[in-house]
Design a binder for this molecule. Structure first.
Ligand code: GLN
Length: 274
């Protein structure tokens, strides 16, 4: 039996008759991992060596266990950079790029201090640090495992202006310290059925009590102190949480509340000023 791409495509159709994206993921995997290009795959009809076969079998095993491709490749593309990721952190989502883009397009002046609260892989903080080398970007996380991943990305992008701190939300930070605080906190409600699809991602980065709202409350209550006067707080939230997040922020004294939609026209980001 000749083991070329057709062979594996047939196998995918047998195992996952209704999931066409797995075929695309396999091609992506092969190009990344086995360093083959379109020409060899589609024109020269490359026959896989024993070693390559083993690697492809590994892909199949992992997909059967429902592992997302980004974890298999330990790599995730976010805001034009490839971040290292593994199961210690959430896989960066495209919606979060809107948050980064918004902050990146503000007039960030040299010396500005920005905090990424719940830094995870570092995708928000490291992207901002890389594009704005004159600013000082801090990332806090209470998960030491997540901070290890953020550190890998800090080193990967050689960021001397990206500081990582172990802290429960803003507990370890001084008052009137930051110009901007950004956060994509856990916001999925406990027992949300959607969690089944996310079972390989760290639950602590996804789920929050009070129907997913608890951390918006905690962070807002601390951010109003930790921000400088007129400082900006920017949250990513679930598409049904905009009103609640707005009310929480107003409740702690934030003003000039702005709501931004994501690519699916869903309300996704809320900002307010101290
Ligand atoms: N956007 C993620 C999801 O629903 C959740 C991220 C989060 O809780 N911060 O897949």
């Amino acid at each position: 039996m000749i083991k070329d791409l057709n062979y594996y495509n047939k196998k995918i159709k047998e195992i996952w008759p209704d999931e066409s994206h797995i075929g695309k993921e396999l091609i992506f995997y092969i190009k990344e991992k086995l360093d083959l290009n379109d020409l060899s795959l589609f024109v020269d009809n490359h026959k896989f060596s024993k070693e390559e076969e083993n690697s492809i079998n590994d892909f199949f095993e992992k997909k059967k266990n429902g592992i997302p491709l980004d974890y298999i490749l330990q790599k995730s593309s976010f805001y034009q950079n490839d971040f290292f990721v593994d199961e210690r952190v959430l896989i960066p989502r495209p919606e979060t790029e809107i948050l980064v883009d918004y902050i990146n397009n503000l007039n960030l002046s040299p010396g500005m201090k920005i905090l990424d609260a719940g830094v995870g892989s570092g995708c928000i903080g490291a992207s901002l640090a890389k594009l704005n080398p004159e600013t000082l970007i801090y990332g806090v996380d209470y998960s030491l495992a997540a901070l290890q991943v953020a550190k890998i990305n800090k080193q990967k992008f050689n960021l001397s202006n990206f500081y990582l701190i172990n802290s429960i939300w803003l507990n370890s930070l001084k008052e009137n310290m930051f110009d901007i605080i950004v956060s994509n906190p856990p916001y999925v409600a406990p027992f949300d059925p959607h969690l089944e699809e996310l079972k390989h991602e760290p639950i602590s980065a996804l789920v929050a009590e009070q129907n997913g709202l608890r951390d918006f409350d905690l962070i807002s209550s601390q951010a109003i102190k930790v921000l400088k006067k007129d400082g900006l707080l920017a949250f990513e939230h679930g598409n049904s949480q905009a009103n609640e997040v707005r009310n929480i922020m107003i409740n702690y004294g934030f003003k000039n509340i702005v709501l931004i939609n994501d690519y699916q026209s869903q309300p996704r980001i809320t900002l307010g000023k101290k």
